[in-house]
Design a protein around this ligand. Structure first.
Ligand SMILES: [Ca+2]
Ligand SMILES: [Ca+2]
Ligand SMILES: [Ca+2]
Length: 136
């Protein structure tokens, strides 16, 4: 038992040393730490980024268990999003229908883009109150 603890502590010390050794390099950048996706896909309940909000940094096959502002009393994000901001540097796609690989109408959010009204876009279908699934 004692030996196991000593080994664990040794591993912790190594980890700590590794982090300290890495710090000067990380300090040179102002962006997110390495390995963490910079930015997120933000959805808003109303037009013009109003009402509740919710953010994703990776794919989610169903919005049914996601609630505006993380408050269940605020209601499910499913079929409620009316505006969006994609602050990632990659294309993020929203889909009409939830499920494993998402399906139905698709809304394409360009990298570093925003849309204050998910309806009335020439390059995307009317997507007001439709989003149920997101893929990065
Ligand atoms: Ca979900
Ligand atoms: Ca809405
Ligand atoms: Ca839907």
């Amino acid at each position: 038992m004692k030996r196991t603890i000593a080994v664990s502590l040794g591993a912790l010390s190594l980890t700590a040393a590794g982090l300290v050794g890495f710090a000067p390099t990380a300090g040179a950048q102002t962006a997110a730490p390495a390995g963490v996706q910079a930015g997120a896909m933000h959805l808003y309940q109303n037009d013009n980024y109003g009402g509740g909000t919710y953010s994703w940094t990776s794919s989610d096959s169903s919005f049914a268990n996601n609630y505006w502002n993380h408050e269940s009393s605020a209601g499910s994000v499913n079929d409620g999003a009316s505006s969006m901001k994609n602050t990632t540097s990659q294309v993020v796609r929203l889909y009409q229908t939830s499920g494993g690989s998402c399906s139905g109408d698709r809304y394409t959010a360009d990298p570093k883009s925003s849309d204050k009204d998910l309806s009335s876009n020439s390059s995307n279908p009317d997507f007001d109150n439709k989003a149920s699934c997101v893929k990065f």
